[in-house]
Design a protein around this ligand. Structure first.
Ligand SMILES: Nc1ncnc2c1ncn2[C@@H]1O[C@H](COP(=O)(O)OP(=O)(O)O)[C@@H](O)[C@H]1O
Ligand SMILES: O=P(O)(O)OC[C@H](O)CO
Length: 493
């Protein structure tokens, strides 16, 4: 069996997979979202580690498994989220700054004014945006008392969540990341496969903070014996979206998947080729395996399932996210209502750090069901924005879209998605493909699986074919585009 640790934006999960890639057991714990100011999002890095450890321990205990049943551990994680800790005490010096956090937007603008946009695009494959780790790390060094001096003395370590978990699991013995996570820092050169000295100098980041970057499937170290009962090799690591691409079996260039979690992330495998987007996508490292690095094009949508959580937690119009499907069926259409959930600005393909969320088209007859429906629909429209960019950049007309992630369980959403894209949608048996991908990467490295064995494992759960007439699709999407335009540049700083 393989144990996958899936550290997401809103919860930590531990999933045990058997040799056939089936889920044997799952444990999950949500943790605190911290919003210290408008546009800021933080996590307590200790709580991330504690919840992740607790679910790993619980999944073994509740299922009468022992460490010797587990051949390897794979780690997959929310990407970009930035932790800095003291390497002697193991204590974070500040909360983890989450990928959705916009506090460095102004600093990004200054970097743009210095003419860095093209450098970042060519060498990091990224858009110069507050999304990525580099400016978050810079902020911590500049703003946390004593941080700069401690960094210069060599007392601090930086990591994205993969690195933080690996360091804790190995009792501080291993400070490493994998190619896929490193490519999201805006500090890692995806052409030379090295930390980029020019970016480090520009952001004033001492190189001694940085983890070693290693392949996504190899033995990094072992968990310390007291954590899970005995030492277990940790042999797979990848950012959650790249892990999902792997878990969806998109191992060949031209294959793509879309994950509906907190955000929505569409990735297309482009093989060993770096394709620089002209349509607002990112170029990222998919994984490094067997001495070879492969790349992907990515469309990152910041708010997707999080908008449904917002309906549940802030608007209090839902008791649970799955209820959104039932409530949506209470109205026959969106009643002209459009929700643009630009709560953290807009990601691909717009890249507007100053956009904010809005509801359009309200009339006296609008009710909560329309708003719930319009919120679900917004996930599908955002996906179309990204798919159009993907098709332009790759020159590939996608015949079907493979989907996964929590919100892909929503049948209304998946049908609407196929209709709005005018492309059939395929949902696999296992929608926990992020964890599955991490398990595959870990299992490959310890010889639990061969590449051949995992190649054709993908199984269809349900296909959603296009049913909507063209005129209706065009009208809905045109209104969406109009709504998006009106949210842009809302915050003036
Ligand atoms: N049936 C559903 N319909 C709509 N949204 C859902 C449904 N189930 C879960 N979600 C949303 O999906 C997200 C959880 O998906 P998950 O893949 O676990 O995300 P993450 O890994 O980002 O934490 C939540 O934001 C939740 O609101
Ligand atoms: O937590 P998730 O699964 O929504 O993923 C977050 C992404 O990795 C952010 O880039």
């Amino acid at each position: 069996m393989i144990l996958a640790l899936d550290q997401g934006t809103t919860s930590s999960r531990a999933i045990v997979f058997d040799k056939d890639g089936n889920i044997l057991a799952v444990e999950q714990q949500e943790f605190k979202q911290i919003y210290p100011q408008s546009g800021w999002v933080e996590h307590d890095a200790n709580e991330i580690w504690q919840t992740q450890l607790a679910v790993a321990q619980a999944v073994l205990k509740k299922n009468q498994l022992s460490a010797s049943d587990i051949k390897a551990i794979g780690i997959t994680n929310q990407r970009e989220t930035t932790v800095v800790w003291n390497k002697h005490t193991g204590k974070p010096i500040y909360n983890a700054i989450v990928w959705q956090d916009r506090r460095t937007a102004n600093f990004c603008d200054q970097l743009k004014e210095q003419g860095l946009t093209d450098y970042v695009y060519q060498n990091m494959g990224l858009v110069l945006d507050a999304y990525f780790s580099g400016t978050k790390l810079h902020w911590i060094l500049e703003n946390v008392a004593g941080a700069r001096a401690a960094a210069e003395k060599g007392d601090l370590l930086f990591g994205t969540i993969d690195t933080w978990l690996l360091w804790n699991l190995t009792g501080g013995a291993v400070h490493a990341s994998d190619y896929s996570n490193a490519s999201r820092t805006m500090l890692y050169n995806i052409q030379t496969l090295e930390w980029d000295q020019f970016m480090l100098d520009t952001l004033n980041i001492p190189a001694n903070l940085l983890p070693q970057v290693r392949p996504s499937s190899e033995i990094y170290g072992a968990s310390t014996a007291q954590l899970l009962g005995a030492a277990i090799p940790i042999s797979g690591m990848a950012g959650d979206q790249q892990a999902a691409l792997f878990g969806q079996g998109c191992h060949q260039a031209g294959m793509a998947k879309n994950t509906y979690g907190t955000g929505c992330f569409m990735l297309m495998n482009t093989g060993e080729k770096i394709i620089h987007s002209k349509a607002g996508l990112l170029t990222t490292i998919a994984w490094g395996i067997d001495g070879k690095v492969e790349y992907a094009l990515e469309g990152s949508v910041f708010i997707a399932g999080a908008a449904i959580q917002w309906l549940r937690d802030e608007m209090k119009v839902l008791d649970s996210a799955p209820d959104s499907e039932y409530f949506t069926s209470k109205v026959s259409d969106n009643g002209g209502v459009y929700v643009v959930p630009a709560f953290a600005g807009l990601g691909a393909p717009y890249w507007d750090m100053y956009a904010r969320g809005a509801i359009f088209g309200l009339t006296r007859g609008s009710n909560k069901y329309h708003i719930i429906r319009a919120t679900l629909e917004s996930l599908a429209y955002q996906t179309r924005d990204v798919l159009e960019a993907m098709e332009k950049d790759s020159g590939i007309d996608l015949q079907t879209l493979r989907v996964d992630g929590g919100a892909s369980a929503n049948n209304f959403l998946m049908q609407f998605q196929a209709d709005i894209l005018d492309t059939p949608v395929q949902r696999p048996q296992i929608i926990e493909t992020t964890a599955l991908g991490a398990a595959y990467l870990a299992g490959l490295a310890v010889g639990y699986w061969t590449k051949e064995e995992i190649k054709d494992r993908w199984q269809l759960n349900r296909a959603f074919d296009v049913q909507m007439p063209k005129e209706q699709r065009n009208k809905l999407y045109a209104n969406w585009q109009k709504a998006v335009e009106r949210t842009k540049g809302w915050v003036e700083e």
